[in-house]
Design a binder for this molecule. Structure first.
Ligand code: SF4
Length: 447
C-alpha cells in the first residue's frame, strides 16, 4: 500500500469516487487498528493508496460535483483509495456543514468506528439531517472491542451507541463475526446491544481472510455454515433486522427481510417474510429491481405473497423517498437484460464470475431463459484465502478460470464483471482486462 499526499496520482481516484459512487473521500488515516482490517492484508504489489487528510481546497472543490439526487457517502472505500476513519479529519464538522449547505435535502451516510464521537458530536450531527450513520461496532464488550479493533477506550463507542436514540439519528450497526476469537456469546451480546440501541439493521459480516492475513483471523472450517444458522436462529428475537453478508441467495424472489419504522412500507403494513410479487400490476424481477422501482414510484400498489395468500397493498409515498423495505442484494434486472441482449449478437458466451455471484446468475439464466451462457467461478489467486468477492478479482484470477473452463476456445465472447476494474479497465494489480489471453475471442465487461 502506497501512502500519498495530494497530487496527480490521487486526483483521478478522487474524481472517480465522486462521479461513480457519489462518495467524498476524506482521509486514509484511521485511529484504530482492527485485526481484520482489509487494508492490512494486501499483496505487496497492490495498486491501492492511503492518503493524507484532504486539504480544504481539495474537498471543497470535489464537494461541488456530488450528485444531489443520490445519497452522499462518507467513510467508505469506493476506489483504490483506502478510506480511513472520517472523524480523524480535522475539519470533519466543517465538511459536513458545507455539504448540508450545498445540498439541503440530500441524505448523507457516514461510516465510522464511533471511537471519536461524543455527545457533543451527536448534537451537531442531529442538526445535519437527513443523515444516517453506519457504525462498525464489532463487539459490545470492552474486551472484544479491545481485542478486535485495538480500541483502548472502548467505553466511548459503547456510550455513543446508547445515546443515538436521544438524538434521533438513524443508524445501522455492523460486526465482523470472529466467534473463534470472541465467542458466540460476544456476538449475541453485540447484536442484541445494537438492536436495543435502535439500529435499523445489524449486518453480521462473515469473516474473510487472504493469504496475507494474520493467522489469528482465519476461522476454523465450517464457521460460515454455523454463522448462517446462528443468524437465522437469533433473528426472530430482535426488534430490528439482522442480515448476514454475503447473504445466501437461492432465488430472485423479492423477499422482505424487514421494514423501516415510519416508512411508507411500514404504514402500508408490509412485514418481514412477505414476498413482493407485483408493483402496479407488473411482475417483480429481483430484489434489486423491486428496490429500484419502489424508490422511483409514487404511491405504488403492491401485490404481496404472505404465506399462501396474495394481498394487494396500497401505499402513500413521494417520488424519490425511500419506500423502507430491507432486502438482501441479488441482481439488477437491467444488468441481466444487458447480458441477454449481448447474447443476441453472439452465439455463446462464457461468463467468469465470483463464487457468490454464481448461484444468482444460474438462477437468473433459468428465470430469464438466457440461452448459450456458460458460467465459470473464479478463485482469487492474487489474494488467496477465502476472499472471493468480484471487486477483488484480478486478470490473473480470470485467466486461470478461463484456462480451466471446458473448451475455452469454443465461445464467441468472454464476459467478466466490470466491478473488478477501474474506469481505465485496470484491476487492483494494475493489469488491464485487455491482457486476458483468450485467443481471438473478445472480452466484454459486464456493467
Ligand atoms: S476502523 Fe475500519 S479502517 Fe480503521 S482499522 Fe478498523 S477496519 Fe480498518
Amino acid at each position: 500500500m502506497t501512502y500519498i499526499k495530494e497530487g496527480q496520482i490521487l486526483q483521478p481516484f478522487l474524481v472517480e469516487a465522486v462521479r461513480e459512487h457519489n462518495a467524498l473521500p476524506l482521509t486514509g488515516r484511521c485511529n484504530l487498528s482492527c485485526i481484520f482490517c482489509s487494508h492490512r492484508h494486501n499483496p505487496p504489489d497492490i495498486k491501492a493508496f492511503s492518503f493524507a487528510p484532504l486539504s480544504e481546497g481539495l474537498w471543497s472543490d470535489l464537494a461541488q460535483y456530488l450528485d444531489p439526487g443520490r445519497k452522499i457517502i462518507i467513510g467508505e472505500s469506493a476506489t483504490r483509495l483506502r478510506e480511513g476513519e472520517p472523524f480523524t479529519h480535522p475539519q470533519i464538522y466543517r465538511i459536513l456543514e458545507r455539504l448540508r449547505l450545498l445540498y439541503p435535502e440530500t441524505a448523507i451516510q457516514i461510516t465510522t468506528n464511533a471511537a471519536l464521537i461524543n455527545e457533543n458530536a451527536l448534537k451537531i450531527l442531529a442538526t445535519l439531517k437527513p443523515l444516517e450513520m453506519v457504525i462498525s461496532l464489532n463487539s459490545a464488550t470492552a474486551a472484544g472491542r479491545n481485542l478486535l479493533m485495538n480500541d483502548f477506550r472502548p467505553e466511548n463507542a459503547l456510550r455513543v451507541l446508547s445515546m443515538m436514540n436521544n438524538y434521533n439519528i438513524p443508524f445501522h450497526g455492523s460486526l465482523v463475526a470472529l466467534p473463534h476469537l470472541v465467542g458466540f456469546d460476544d456476538l449475541r451480546k453485540t447484536i442484541v446491544f445494537l438492536d436495543q440501541a435502535g439500529a435499523l439493521t445489524v449486518r453480521l459480516l462473515l469473516p474473510g481472510y487472504t493469504a496475507f492475513s494474520d493467522l489469528a483471523v482465519v476461522p476454523p472450517p465450517g464457521t460460515s455454515e454455523i454463522l448462517y444458522s446462528f443468524v437465522s436462529e437469533i433473528k426472530s428475537e430482535l426488534k430490528g433486522v439482522l442480515l448476514a453478508e454475503p447473504p445466501l441467495i437461492e432465488n430472485l424472489d423479492s423477499v422482505v427481510e424487514g421494514v423501516n419504522v415510519n416508512s411508507p412500507a411500514f404504514s402500508a403494513g408490509i412485514m418481514a417474510g412477505d414476498i413482493v410479487t407485483e408493483i402496479n400490476g407488473i411482475e417483480t424481477l429481483s430484489r434489486v429491481g423491486t428496490f429500484n422501482t419502489l424508490y422511483s414510484s409514487y404511491n405504488p400498489v403492491l401485490t404481496v405473497k404472505r404465506g399462501s395468500d396474495f394481498i394487494k397493498v396500497s401505499s402513500s409515498k413521494k417520488g424519490s423517498e425511500s419506500f423502507g423495505l430491507i432486502m438482501n442484494y441479488d441482481l439488477d434486472p437491467d444488468q441481466i437484460k444487458r447480458v441477454k441482449e449481448s447474447l443476441n449478437l453472439s452465439a455463446s458466451a462464457l461468463m467468469l464470475l465470483s463464487k457468490p455471484a454464481l448461484k444468482r446468475w444460474e438462477v437468473a439464466a433459468d428465470k430469464f431463459d438466457i440461452k448459450n451462457l456458460t458460467f465459470q467461478a473464479v478463485d482469487s489467486l492474487y489474494f488467496g484465502g477465502s476472499i472471493n468477492c468480484a471487486g477483488l478479482l484480478t486478470v490473473r484470477d480470470f485467466q486461470q478460470a478461463y484456462n480451466n473452463a471446458n473448451n475455452p476456445l469454443s465461445f464467441d465472447n468472454i464476459l467478466v464483471p466490470a466491478v473488478a476494474f477501474d474506469s481505465n479497465g485496470q484491476d487492483l494489480s494494475g493489469s488491464s482486462y485487455l491482457n486476458l489471453k483468450t485467443g481471438s475471442i473478445p472480452v466484454t465487461l459486464v456493467t
